[in-house]
Design a protein around this ligand. Sequence first.
Ligand SMILES: [Ca+2]
Length: 188
Amino acid sequence: MQSPAPPQTGSGRDKKEATTVQALEIAAGTGANGPNGLQQLRYPATRISETPQDAKKRLFDVPGSHPEDPAFSWKRVVPPAALGFINGTNLGEQYDGDLIVGSAVARATNAGHLYRFRVNGGRNRFVFDDDKLKDTVADNLASDDFTTEGDEILFGTNFGIVTDIQTGPDGNLYLVGPAGTVRRISRP
Ligand SMILES: [Ca+2]
């Protein structure tokens, strides 16, 4: 049985919301408290649940599913788009089973990076050689900073926006762009 939410006075709630908005503005770098590049731009503070129970109620519940922390994050926004796996050894044995991630943007500071994530034997988490990535967060210093704690996962650049990634029947990797372009990555 769910307990009722505690009563809130108007002024207390307003104050809490103002504090939350201010905190998010600081995080997003959009407020008067100075930019730092963290992102919370598309989900306004007014939509944040007041209680964990309320947050859980709003989740779409797939039978048998459970929420858990992200497997990987960038500290400052690196918008990813398509995800796809390399299936098979056509591109080289070392790439078999790896997850490739495409970019959601193509701009001067990010011409469309591709990222490569290796997974463990049980295929339920990522593995990294760089000790700084073992916390599963790339603590980059600015949006589009791909080198600070990002060297290991940066796989390619200049691919533009990539909306779908698939291994083809020929074992090559195919990247689809929003303008209808299809690029193939194959072994020379
Ligand atoms: Ca880190």
